[in-house]
Design a protein around this ligand. Structure first.
Ligand SMILES: Cc1cc2nc3c(=O)[nH]c(=O)nc-3n(C[C@H](O)[C@H](O)[C@H](O)COP(=O)(O)OP(=O)(O)OC[C@H]3O[C@@H](n4cnc5c(N)ncnc54)[C@H](O)[C@@H]3O)c2cc1C
Length: 490
């Protein structure tokens, strides 16, 4: 198992990160990233702690390996792994969307579908087989870039004004392929070990140049990360922004400046159809998004906790209307929890592996894309101005005159002034700060725009079962009247 120390020192590898007009020499020490790097290291600490061995690791041919790489062969193993994912997500209350368990689930899902790769090209299947083992045995933190830059969405990658805007193959030789162009964004890229690069958006014939799939270390020559604004940098004291200051996992555009990728890291090259198959003809898409739903379920429980405490803080829990709002929120949180359990209970074997139920996953995706914003709105409604009218920063507490006034003006039936301020600063960071707002966008889009997730739901629903119910009812009567009972109809 990997230690926090090992993870942090591996990030000092000369990777090319750019922010605020400068390049970053050490991501673990830079004020824009150092806290999130430490939070990520905390996940490795937790997973490798001897006390958590049973919870967080599995027996991998006599060695212990992180459960994020586990390939469940039964319902019981799937549930055991989920408990590890929940424990990890609890450490950040679900706010690190691309923690290492996400892309580990993606690569594990690809590996469980290795036969699809073998049918495509045994050499590329061999590369994937080795890569899964390599990443698992080193417990690597992987991120991915699977979406092309927006530019003009009415056109494909090859039709954009600049055909090298979107990352694609510019050269291939005996050693490997050379990549030029950009991918839209890598969450967690600046603090990951490696990146999995491919395209999930459907492509057309003629776009083969962009139809590749590979994985490379973040310090590969020519790979450049263009960071967005750092919320961690702007957060100030932890007390003032307890989430932004520690869990801003970052997003960056990736630019491939003629990056050389060796063949033993290439899983697909020049095959449009295979780029879709890797996600949907293997357990990959379901397994990676099942992890996302486990994480989100933890996050929604956290939001429900914020709502309940907000009501207590303001002494409004007894009002019937407030209980109704909390009851609604509790039901919504319970629904997502139940959907995760249903994905597992309705799971099935694909070869030797036990995989969560596909359509139940897409049900959860479609519903939660709408639910998250709704839950944030409920929190805002419950809080009124409480989340806003707070001391400007921790510095106010250090000034005796202001501290006295804070004590007088920040009152609650449930907490002293310090604890009231502490709580509401946390609530605002989750709901309304720039960090909180980015999370709303994340939950709306991380699995694709709504037309995409609804498309998956449409594609995988049991329409035949629904049609049969309609037909049975139609068959139970005719022009002559309702003489045939539904139980007798064919
Ligand atoms: C915070 C955050 C983190 C992310 N992290 C990652 C990451 O780590 N790795 C990664 O690869 N990606 C990541 N993404 C990207 C994410 O997968 C995309 O945002 C998502 O797939 C939607 O693509 P898009 O942003 O290009 O939006 P678009 O595809 O441009 O869609 C935006 C809107 O345009 C309209 N629209 C566009 N095309 C159509 C169409 N064909 N039909 C109908 N309407 C259309 C819809 O209204 C849609 O909601 C992240 C996104 C966010 C917001």
């Amino acid at each position: 198992m990997r230690s926090a120390k090992d993870y942090l020192s591996s990030l000092k590898d000369g990777r090319a990160i750019y922010i605020n007009g400068e390049s970053v020499s050490d991501v673990t020490a830079h004020h824009a990233f150092r806290n999130v790097a430490t939070s990520m290291a905390g996940l490795f600490d937790f997973a490798s702690a001897p006390v958590n061995q049973e919870l967080m690791t599995f027996d991998n041919n006599g060695e212990r390996a992180n459960r994020i790489w586990q390939l469940p062969t039964s319902y019981a193993e799937l549930v055991e792994r989920r408990k590890a994912l929940e424990a990890w997500a609890s450490l950040h209350a679900g706010f690190m969307g691309r923690a290492p368990d996400h892309v580990a689930s993606c690569i594990s899902g690809l590996y469980m579908g290795i036969d699809v790769f073998k049918a495509y090209d045994p050499a590329r299947a061999g590369a994937l087989d080795s890569y899964y083992r390599y990443a698992r045995d080193r417990d690597l933190y992987l991120t991915y870039v699977i979406i092309n830059p927006q530019a003009d969405r009415s056109k494909g990658a090859a039709e954009q004004a600049d055909p090298f805007l979107t990352a694609g193959v510019v050269d291939r030789d005996a050693e490997g392929i050379t990549i030029r162009g950009a991918k839209m964004l890598a969450t967690g890229g600046v603090i990951a070990d490696e990146v999995f690069v491919t395209t999930i958006q459907p492509m057309r014939p003629g776009e083969e140049r962009y139809a590749m799939s590979f994985a490379i270390p973040m310090n590969t020559k020519g790979l450049k990360m263009l960071s967005r604004k750092s919320y961690e940098d702007a957060a100030g004291a932890i007390f003032d922004n307890p989430l932004s200051s520690r869990f801003d996992e970052n997003d960056s555009v990736l630019y491939f400046d003629d990056v050389k990728v060796p063949w033993d890291r290439v899983f697909i090259e020049g095959n449009v159809e295979m780029c879709q198959k890797q996600f949907h003809a293997t357990p990959c898409h379901v397994y990676q998004n099942y992890q996302a739903m486990v994480r989100l379920s933890v996050k929604l429980k956290f939001l429900a906790g914020l709502a309940h405490r907000t009501a207590e803080m303001n002494g409004v829990t007894q009002f019937p209307q407030v209980r109704e709002m909390l009851g609604q929120l509790a039901a919504e949180t319970g629904m997502v929890d139940a959907l995760v359990a249903a994905m597992e209970a309705k799971g099935s074997h694909i070869g030797p592996y036990f995989i969560p139920h596909r359509h139940t996953l897409y049900t959860a995706q479609v519903l939660t894309q709408q639910l998250y914003s709704h839950m944030l709105n409920t929190l805002r409604e419950l809080a009124g101005g409480g989340m806003i009218m707070l001391p400007s920063s921790v510095a106010d507490f250090a000034n005796p005159e202001i501290a006295g006034l804070i004590e007088k003006t920040q009152q609650s039936p449930k907490a002293n002034s310090h604890d009231r301020v502490k709580f509401y600063k946390l609530a605002w960071d989750a709901v309304g700060s720039e960090f909180g707002s980015r999370h709303q966008q994340y939950e709306m889009f991380y699995a694709g725009a709504t037309f995409v997730t609804k498309g998956h739901s449409y594609r995988t629903y049991d329409w035949a079962g629904s049609d049969a119910l309609v037909q049975r009812m139609l068959d139970s009567y005719d022009l002559a009247g309702g003489s045939v009972s539904p139980s007798k109809a064919a």
